[in-house]
Design a protein around this ligand. Structure first.
Ligand code: HEC
Length: 499
């Protein structure tokens, strides 16, 4: 008896494993592209398609990928097969342009505490509001909505993102809803990073034990992520210039609306000194519209280990931001998929070091050439044995942005000094006619790096200290080649020495 039972069990196990294999084949994902890094070969597959603006992606500790779509749908996707289960459609979400279901977090210990936290915009008698609600996952559904907090919402600048910290607390990055007085006002919960216990109460060790506020001075954050060291990073939209990635400190002030990006203007430096504000790790002008961010700590893709992965909307790309050993500096930046899949909204990495990206080509701001077939999609990126004959290859951001002096001049200088260098009479000086571009390069470099105070016309030349040495050299060589009578070349070493 015993022996035959064992035999049956063995046969059953074989049968189960065959079925398992068949199932995997049946569900094989559609392969779109391959990517070639220094050593690693990667494949890009379609995990899910036919979605509508999948704003937030999260992994739970049981291995499922959670997808929140802007119009209020929440689903769970099997990251191997792509099988998708719809779990919830919010009934009270208000979705127009950039409002809607904007933030999601799953409990760190989901097996034990099957909670899903959602933040979305809604309308109430008092106007537009931004709700934070905890749902419980139970028998293939999200039930028992439990409201945690409600703050003012807006027609845009609602943020927002949610993330659990290694301390078991929930962090909420809120938007300033277009009110310039909010971000610096600690009594108001907009334009802040809020920190709370998993039941929505205020933790005793917040900077002010009576307040949710963990950090302040933000405009409109679109990414929020912890690293394995427990550092908290955000991505944020600047106004017309200066998109940012910040490293968040407890009680930190990040300067908005008095400071944009680096503290490179005189009035910014004054405000910074008086208010102890913190500078971004990186800022981008021209803007790229950064969105979801995640820390990549896996060795599955060794080239990207210890980096921040950042999706961009306007930039239509994935950025790889390489961190230094301590995690408080960005040492390099690469760009992948530029203009290839369109606007990218969120990114998360899975248990085996694979990466998931969501497209955002059906949102309020569609781009020429998009949406593509099957949009919006969730894409899966993972190591592969082979690459195609035409793999995609990341490019260095410096090269991609700073192709040549002319483009840099058009991006950074021409808005004031004009394309032909003639400036605007009595407002912006002509560079063509300026003695400075012919003379001692040191003075010219100084003006560009430091900017100037207000001129008689009340105008100001901004500081361009945020540009790299080679970018400044490119620009200056361009304007001297164009308009100086006997130009000599300015090296990036000379710029370095002048800083
Ligand atoms: C926001 C407008 C603005 C932008 C953008 C701008 N400038 Fe200026 N620039 C000015 C103003 C205003 C002055 C005059 C300042 C003064 O008189 O103190 C000036 C002065 C200068 C001067 C000195 C001219 C002279 O004869 O004294 C140089 C050189 C110059 N800018 C180069 C640049 C370069 C190169 C860039 C791009 C990297 C740039 N500027 C971007 C507004 C701008």
């Amino acid at each position: 008896m015993m022996i035959s039972k064992g035999k049956h069990l063995g046969a059953l196990l074989i049968l189960v494993s065959i079925l398992g294999c068949e199932q995997q084949n049946r569900y094989s994902l559609k392969r779109l592209d391959s990517v070639l890094l220094d050593e690693s070969r990667l494949k890009v597959e379609v995990l899910a398609s036919g979605l509508e603006v999948p704003w937030d992606l999260e992994m739970d500790d049981t291995g499922f990928l959670w997808v929140a779509e802007q119009k209020g749908k929440v689903s769970r996707v099997n990251p191997e097969t792509g099988a998708q289960q719809n779990l919830l459609q919010l009934s009270d979400v208000w979705q127009e342009r950039t409002s809607g279901l904007l933030g999601m977090a799953v409990h760190k210990d989901f097996k034990k505490f099957p909670y899903v936290y959602l933040n979305y915009t809604a309308r109430s008698d008092s106007g537009i509001i931004s709700r934070l609600v905890r749902y419980t996952y139970e028998s293939d559904s999200l039930v028992q909505p439990f409201p945690l907090l409600e703050i003012e919402g807006g027609t845009s600048h609602n943020g927002s993102r949610l993330a659990f910290g290694p301390d078991g607390k929930l962090y909420w990055a809120t938007g300033d809803v277009h009110d310039f007085t909010y971000a610096q006002d600690a009594r108001i919960l907009n334009g802040k990073i809020l920190r709370m216990n998993e039941d929505g109460s205020i933790p005793e060790d917040n900077p002010d034990p009576e307040s949710y506020v963990w950090a302040l001075g933000f405009r409109n954050m679109q990414g929020l992520a912890f690293s394995s060291k427990g550092f908290l990073y955000t991505s944020e939209h600047g106004d017309a210039i200066e998109d940012e990635v910040n490293l968040i400190q407890k009680g930190g002030n990040y300067g908005w609306p008095h400071i944009e990006g680096k503290h490179d203007l005189e009035n910014e430096r004054d405000f910074a000194e008086n208010n102890n504000t913190l500078e971004p790790l990186r800022s981008w002008t021209p803007v790229i519209a950064p969105s979801g961010i995640t820390y990549y700590g896996s060795s599955a893709i060794p080239e990207w280990r210890n980096s921040l992965l950042l999706t961009t909307l306007k930039g239509k790309s994935l950025r790889i931001l390489f961190l230094n050993g301590t995690g408080d500096e960005i040492t390099g930046e690469e760009i992948l998929f530029e203009n290839h899949y369109g606007r990218l909204r969120d990114v998360v990495s899975g248990a085996h070091g694979e990466i998931y990206l969501s497209t955002s080509n059906l949102d309020w701001n569609p781009q020429p050439g998009f949406p593509l077939d099957g949009d919006d999609k969730v894409l899966k990126i993972s190591p592969a044995n082979e690459v195609s004959s035409t793999p995609l290859i990341p490019v260095n951001a410096q090269q991609a942005l700073a192709q040549n002096g002319k483009d840099l001049y058009l991006s950074y200088c021409a808005s004031c000094h004009k394309e032909d260098g003639a400036g605007v009479r009595d407002v912006f000086p002509s560079l063509k006619a300026s003695g400075l571009i012919n003379g001692d390069p040191a003075k010219l470099i100084d003006v560009v790096l430091k900017g100037s105070g207000r001129s008689e016309s009340g105008q100001q030349m901004p500081s361009f200290a945020f540009l790299s040495d080679s970018e400044v050299a490119e620009i200056l060589n361009y304007i001297r080649d164009e308009w100086a009578s006997s130009p000599t070349s300015i090296s990036h070493d000379l710029i370095k020495q002048s800083r």
